[in-house]
Design a protein around this ligand. Structure first.
Ligand code: UFG
Length: 323
């Protein structure tokens, strides 16, 4: 089986490539390196390219008969999506449609899509199951929800089978220490906490401690990047076995506050983590926790690294890799 991993040089994509190669799949990575790193792609063919270049994509799909496509190539910053919606709709929606159209033209039937908890907007109930209302509150979430809806229509009309995986907070790093999170700029909590622990940053800024939560800081459901990758593989295998298109929420089902993340990171690293408090970051819901029972029941998915200390320990190993 030969899998095309679009965005395979990025954070989650590179972990996915490693897992696929380990499990004996042939892998081709397509990445424009706008946010990825060539050296993060190991054991797979690397093609430098952009989904905008539809002809080149068709040529690639003519050369190789892919059995499935996984699509990780997205812009991921909510705040930026509000300031630059055109960038988000062009990259995350329009270019995804190019990919889907080429798949339809070349009769590649199985597609795994990186979706997000941001499609739900401000939650009306916790934990968030798949049927929770979809009311995204920013262009990032709206674009992802548009693609999910497009996928339903492409299945009905063209028979393209897909699984949309709605990540809650992707975190952690390769347990072997070879891969990790390298966003520039980094906006995610756990790497920033660990940069404050290692001294790469002077302190962590906590965005708001006046939320309606037990300690006043936001609660999130952190899910290990390798557990996300396992879910992708299970989802693709389900489609290969003739399964229907579906969407799954992926998290551990446990919420941790920003303060709890900092406290756990202090334990794991044994370091001081200087903290400053600032105003809330616009658009941050107080609490996001997944109900992932459907993924467990239908995909047989069980997170292996569900413990927050383990997630942070793997990320810490990556943060301190050169020291
Ligand atoms: N936070 C801080 N300080 C920081 C960074 C984050 O206090 O320097 C807080 C945030 O306010 C939030 C929590 O830590 O309460 C987690 O923030 P992240 O930026 O790590 O993650 P988000 O929950 O904002 O984002 C995640 C994904 C995004 C996705 C979003 C959808 O990482 O890609 O969920 O809601 F768009």
């Amino acid at each position: 089986m030969h899998v095309l991993v679009v965005g395979g040089a990025g954070y989650i994509g590179s972990h996915m490539v490693k897992l696929l190669v380990q499990r004996g799949f042939k892998v081709t990575v397509l990445d424009n390196l706008s946010a990825g790193y060539r050296d993060a792609v190991r054991g797979a063919r690397f093609v430098l390219g952009d989904l905008f270049e539809r002809d080149a994509l068709e040529d690639l799909c003519r050369e190789i008969r892919f059995d499935g496509v996984m699509h990780f190539a997205s812009h991921i910053q909510v705040g930026e999506s509000v300031r630059e919606p055109a960038k988000y709709y062009r990259n995350n929606v329009f270019k995804t449609q190019n990919l889907l159209d080429v798949m339809v033209a070349r009769r590649v039937r199985c597609f795994i899509f990186s979706s997000t908890a941001a499609i739900f907007g401000e939650p009306v109930r916790i934990p968030i199951d798949e049927e929770h209302p979809k009311q995204p509150i920013n262009p990032y979430g709206r674009g992802k929800w548009m693609v999910e809806q497009m996928l339903e229509d492409y299945d009905t009309a063209y028979g393209l089978k897909s699984v949309s995986l709605r990540y809650f907070n992707a975190a952690g790093a390769d347990p072997d220490g070879e891969l990790g999170e390298r966003h520039d700029p980094e906006t995610h909590l756990i790497p920033l906490v660990l940069q404050a622990a290692s001294g790469r940053r002077p302190y962590l800024t906590v965005f708001g401690n006046d939320y309606d939560t037990p300690d006043g800081t936001c609660i999130r459901d952190y899910i290990h990047v390798n557990d996300l990758c396992e879910a992708h593989l299970l989802a693709l295998q389900r489609l290969w076995e003739g399964g229907n298109s579906a969407a799954y929420n992926l998290g551990n089902g446990n919420g941790f506050s920003v303060q709890e993340v900092i406290a756990t990171a202090r334990q794991v690293t044994g370091r001081e983590i200087p903290v400053q408090y600032s105003a809330r970051r616009p658009g941050d819901p107080a609490r996001l926790v997944a109900d992932s029972r459907r993924a467990q029941a239908e995909l047989g998915w069980t997170p292996r690294y569900a413990d927050l200390a383990t997630i942070i320990a793997h990320a810490w190993r990556w943060e301190t890799r050169d020291s």
